[in-house]
Design a protein around this ligand. Sequence first.
Ligand code: PRP
Length: 177
Amino acid sequence: MTLSDPEVLISEADIQKRVRELASKISKDYENCGEVVMVGVLKGSFIFLADLSRQLTIPRVIEFIAVSSYGSGSRSSGAVRLVMDVRGNIEGKHVLIIEDIVDTGHTLNYLIGILESHGPASVKTCALVRKAERAEVDVDIDYLGFDIPDKWVVGYGLDYAEENRTLPYIGTITPLD
Ligand code: PRP
């Protein structure tokens, strides 16, 4: 399949401004809560996590978690599998899940369950973008960057077949054939 070049949907400046706003809100909400464990969902969250975590003014540590969907077309069936759990002990800690995108919601819904099973003090969620039209499960996003239309998006951690993850902006791509 041939794809168009990415067309800017959310500019680098708009992303950076929103990241600063989210960091300020998170820092305020978690003030006096002790250390927050930021759990990045591999791979897509790595750039958002890097930028967001450096803007926080509260104590924080970084963890990663990895999941995969079963086979093709499984995302809509909601079959998610844990590939790598967090490494540190999160019992009694405040956990904030960091996602690049929430699409059907199955991944985030599954991850909340996994992380809650470790006995943390709290689990909250933060996602840079959400495709509200695609939601299949109702999952709370405590900190959301942007709602976006149901288009193929790349950049700022998001890929299409591993391409374009490191674009500084979020762009849309369309099939040309
Ligand atoms: C994306 C994204 C979420 C998930 C959201 O990951 O990072 O984890 O899909 O989809 P859902 O709401 O429909 O469950 P992806 O599978 O593309 O892996 P990647 O982050 O490694 O690119």
